[in-house]
Every structure is written in C-alpha cells, then in structure tokens.
Write a protein that binds this ligand. Structure first.
Ligand code: BTN
Length: 261
C-alpha cells in the first residue's frame, strides 16, 4: 500500500484530502495535532504501520502486521447529545457492513460488541476510538487484516481477515470502501441524527439477550443485556430486576468472547 493506492480517491466530508504515512505512532494522535494546527474537517490519515496505537479506556492497540490504521476528522453539524458516542456507533455499523461483505464466503458474521468492537468468529477484528477535539470529532479505526497470529494473552480474543478467510486482502481497497461507507452514513447522520442508523445497529449488536459482566470504575457486576436504546445506550437488567441504561465510555462489557465463556 502506497500513496498511489489512493490517487483520485475521495469520499465526501470524510476523506476530501488524504495524508498517507508509512509509519506513525498513532493516527488519532496525529489527527489531534493536525486539528490544533488548524486542519480542515474531511482530512483522513492513513498509515501503513502504527507503532503506538491507542485504544478505548486508556488501552493500547497492537500494530503487528499489515493491518488498517485510519483516522478521519469530522466536523458534524448536529450538536445535540453525545455526538462522539453516536459517531462511534455509526462507524461500527459501517465497518461491520464492509467486513460482512468480505466474510460472505465464510461461516462467520461481522457483528458489534457494544459499543463498538467488531467481532467475527467470536473474536475481535476491529476497534474504533472516537475522540472529540474542539469542534471536531476524530474517528480512529483499526482493522486486523493481514495479521497471522496474536501473542498468547490475546490469542483467544483477536482475529484478522487473513485468519478468518485464509487469504491476503488488499488493504487500500478495504480502506476506500470503509471511508466511502462512513461518508454515506455520515451524510444521513448529519441530517437525521442517530435515527438514521440505530435500527441497523441494534440488528448487528451481539450483546442483546446475553449475560454480561459490567466493569464500572473499580466495581463489577453481572447483568442481562436486554437491549439498546434509540439513543444508543445499553439496557441491562440486574438479577434483582433493576434496569440500568449504560452510556458508552463508562463501562466495558465482558462475556462475549470465547475466552470469557
Ligand atoms: C479499541 O478497541 O479500544 C479501539 C482501538 C482503535 C485503534 C485505532 S487504529 C487507528 C486509530 N489510531 C489509534 O491510535 N487508535 C485508532
């Protein structure tokens, strides 16, 4: 994958201009610095390799292998509610759709573990980190594409397109498809808000109807996931019958991956 792979490519408001980097610490951090220096919305940063990738909840994102590392800078018109959290869910639907098409000849489906991990074959294939900076929102997407293996602590949690399909994939083509999908969804989101995609999100969310362990601050508790609200929150029911609505960001939900079972 080189800058030439993206010649002539353009996705309205999501990849109007492209910055291609052979190697970078984190595309999201790079995007943050660009925003502080006045970068315009619609800039997409694409890296061929990433050495200090960041994940949600302060975790790191391992950059081993020929995978996808992209960040795009958006400046949404809608301002109600938590726009960054909603765009995270939207990006999850977009990536799940693209991966689903690539997995069509396999027994696996691309589904979403709330809020925004894409899971296939009960293992994580994509992570999304959305960050608000001034009036802009950065959507960072990492997809395991060419990765052949994982270190032992991640071996039963992570997967890649290569591992699921047994063949190599053209990263640049997948990136262009993802950015075009995000552009199409973002156009509708900016006019109609979360209602433009939330039903699709609910249909892809694999937590619903499953027992989960919620880790909140230092405490953790068991609950049954009973649904996703129209605003994108996770509805859970505690053993005593109490219902809670969780916002993305404040919890991590376990109990989905093979290793958790
Ligand atoms: C997670 O699952 O916790 C989110 C992982 C997000 C990783 C992507 S890779 C491209 C972008 N740059 C980063 O530093 N992180 C995101």
């Amino acid at each position: 994958m080189t800058i030439e792979s993206f010649m002539g490519f353009h996705a309205p408001r999501v990849a109007e201009n492209i910055i291609f980097l052979d190697k970078i610490g984190s595309t999201n951090t790079y995007a943050k610095d660009l925003i502080k220096n006045g970068a315009s919305a619609g800039t997409a940063i694409i890296a061929a390799s990433q050495t200090a990738g960041r994940g949600r909840l302060g975790k790191s994102w391992d950059g081993d292998g020929e995978n996808i590392y992209i960040s795009t800078i958006l400046e949404p018109n809608v301002r109600e509610g938590s726009i960054a959290a909603q765009l995270t869910l939207m990006a999850g639907v977009c990536v799940a759709n693209v991966l689903e098409r690539l997995l069509v000849s396999t027994p696996h489906k691309a589904l979403i573990k709330w809020p925004n991990d894409i899971v296939a074959g009960r293992r994580k294939i994509c992570g999304i980190l959305t960050e608000g900076v001034m009036d802009a929102v950065i959507i960072g997407i990492g997809v395991n594409v060419g990765r052949k293996s994982f270190p032992s602590e991640l071996a039963d949690k992570g997967t890649s397109l290569y591992m699921l399909t047994g063949r190599e994939h053209d990263r640049a083509e997948i990136i262009k498809t993802i950015l075009s999908e995000v552009s199409a969804y973002y156009r509708r989101f900016d006019m109609q808000g979360i209602g433009s995609f939330i039903d699709e999100y609910k249909a892809l969310c694999l937590n619903i109807g499953k027992k989960v362990t919620i880790h909140e601050n230092d405490a953790s508790y068991e609950a049954m996931c009973v649904g996703v609200s129209d605003g994108g929150e996770l509805y859970v029911e505690l053993p005593g019958g109490e219902r809670r609505m969780l916002n993305s960001g404040e919890v991590s939900v376990k109990g989905i991956y093979e290793s958790d079972l």
